[in-house]
Design a protein around this ligand. Structure first.
Ligand code: CA
Length: 550
């Protein structure tokens, strides 16, 4: 019995992956780990009793090759290991691209991969090489090629607020100061002999100078006004763009000149103009960890996107909508908030593309926000992924991984299977024990009501309907304001409608006399697997569901 169950799980997993053109690596690893996980498989088979309603709304994929994509944020260290040292690497990631493609993601943001002293690698020693833990430049070229074969664009973290103290520029600058000599690299950083002039000052070697280290003593801040530095950074960006990189994620843009948005915007404009000028369709997204109004001002720089922190994390709009808000009109306010984002951003820059996300490597994971309530975890994914713009999903959110407290815990090894496998990574050294409440990817692939399959269906619908990512949002005041959010998205001549039931009870909406009248179902997701039905004047939405009408 045990063997039969395992075999059937294994077969289903292999079949689920057989549509991939080059699924061999992925299916092999997942099937292999499934075979080793009889106990877990037994458990999940016993607890998985519910099934989803029959679904008759699959449309043709309609993916437009532009900047409105669905990105997956990958922390290479904790993702997939190819050589058995327990540290994720570029070849490990390359072997998982079929999985990423099968999920529907068509963009990847790689956290830093340059040589560094830390596990997270946000202190760069050499901007034109790959950290040895992760592989080589050849491995990176291969990863890029494999991404592009699958129409996945790859952007890399570009950390230019600061370098490592071990970067050659900094070493030469400090050495010159110690010896009372001149060096062009002294002006690459913010040095002063007057300690009080420096934000977060640290002593520069044995000299009587101090340098700025906003984040950490080993991360000296760069002086981004220096023209020689800018020329060097342009050369670095050109190096990666020439290799085929599709753009950059700019780290810590708010801290280029802390407390001086005007100067930060000027730096961001220079970066963004250079990248777009060098390679026209490349994509730049910047991190400005601020409230919506302060963040949106940075669109004046002409950057493609800024992360929409206002909707993210435990305190953001998505989490509030799902139960942290005391408002009686929570669902309708979510629609209004999406309309506000759209209106505000397009008023600042006609090329602005919102970059919604729910969690990232600096935030706690969704599982903890919602006390491991899978319905809310799923719905948070839907609220994020049905937003207009270029949406980001942090690796592991699609399987409801846990992770909160210290940063290392938020960057735990991806759970490829509940039993662990050769492909598992060990995670950062200072990570505490992170206990996951949900199965690994292999088991979830086989469970039609899993968080993973819910995410997959949401992304599928996003990839079937280009209006979802690109449409102009209009909030419609239809249905119960506490539980029903209804929005229209207009993209060119095409209009599409999304109706969300943001509650744990079935809800009914009467389309008669509204803009929803006469529309048909294009697709839906529902957290518990219930069916969305539409009969003339009655649209029935199961608990935590979203339907797309056209
Ligand atoms: Ca490795």
């Amino acid at each position: 019995m045990k063997i039969l169950k395992t075999l059937s799980v294994l077969l289903t997993v292999v079949m689920a992956l057989s549509s991939c053109s080059k699924a061999a690596d992925t299916s092999e690893s997942i099937a292999q780990t499934t075979a080793n996980s009889t106990e877990t498989t037994e458990n999940s088979a016993q607890t998985t009793t519910a099934t989803a309603a029959e679904y008759n709304y699959t449309q043709e994929l309609n993916v437009i090759d532009d900047k409105y994509r669905t990105f997956y944020e990958v922390f290479v260290y904790s993702y997939a290991d190819s050589d058995g040292d327990g540290i994720g690497d570029l070849n490990g990631l390359a072997a998982k691209l079929d999985y990423i493609q099968e999920m529907g993601f068509n963009g990847i943001w790689l956290m830093p991969i340059n040589p560094s002293t830390t596990y997270h690698k946000y202190d760069v020693i050499d901007y034109m090489d790959i950290d040895k833990e992760y592989g080589t430049l050849e491995d990176f070229q291969n990863l890029l090629n494999e991404c592009h074969k699958r129409d996945i664009r790859l952007i890399m973290d570009f950390v230019v607020n600061h370098t490592s103290t071990r970067h050659e520029w900094f070493k030469q600058a400090v050495s010159a100061l110690e010896n009372g000599e001149d060096s062009p690299y002294i002006d690459y950083y913010n040095f002063s002999q007057n300690k009080s002039e420096i934000d977060q000052p640290y002593k520069a070697g044995n000299s009587d100078w101090y340098y700025e280290g906003k984040f950490w003593s080993e991360m000296p801040d760069l002086n981004l006004e220096n023209e020689s530095l800018r020329a060097d950074l342009e050369e670095i960006m050109a190096f990666w763009l020439d290799m085929g990189v599709d753009g950059f994620r700019i780290d810590a843009a708010k801290e280029f000149y802390s407390g001086n948005p005007e100067k930060n915007i000027e730096v961001l404009k220079w970066l963004s103009d250079f990248v777009h000028g060098y390679k026209e369709d490349s994509y730049v997204v910047a991190e400005v960890w601020e409230g919506f109004t302060a963040m949106s001002k940075y669109y004046e720089s002409g950057v493609d996107s800024l992360f929409n922190f206002a909707f993210s994390q435990e305190t953001g709009v998505i989490a509030k909508t799902l139960g942290f808000s005391k408002s009686k009109n929570a669902a309708r306010e979510f629609g209004a908030a999406m309309e506000t984002v759209d209106t505000k951003l397009s008023s600042i820059s006609e090329n602005a593309i919102d970059a919604p996300f729910f969690t990232n490597h600096d935030t706690a994971r969704a599982s903890g926000f919602f006390n491991r309530d899978s319905d809310k975890i799923k719905m948070a994914g839907a609220l994020n992924l049905f937003m207009s713009g270029n949406v980001f999903v942090y690796y592991g959110e699609e399987i409801g991984m846990s992770g909160s407290g210290r940063d290392e815990n938020k960057r735990a090894p991806y759970v490829w299977s509940s039993s662990g496998s050769d492909f598992d990574t060990v995670g950062p050294a200072d990570m505490e024990t992170v206990t996951h409440s949900f199965d690994g990817a292999a088991e979830q692939l086989d469970d039609e009501l899993s968080i993973l399959n819910f995410y997959k269906q949401v992304i599928r619908i996003r990839n079937e309907n280009p209006e979802i990512a690109r449409g102009t949002v209009e909030n419609l005041e239809i249905g119960d304001a506490a539980s029903i959010c209804a929005v229209k998205k207009t993209y060119g001549e095409s209009e599409i409608f999304l109706v969300y039931n943001i509650s744990d009870e079935e809800a009914t909406v009467n389309p008669a006399g509204t803009e929803l009248a006469g529309k048909a179902i294009r697709g839906y997701v529902s957290a518990q697997g219930g069916e969305v039905t539409l009969v003339s004047d009655e649209l029935v939405l199961p608990p935590y569901s979203v339907v797309v009408l056209k």
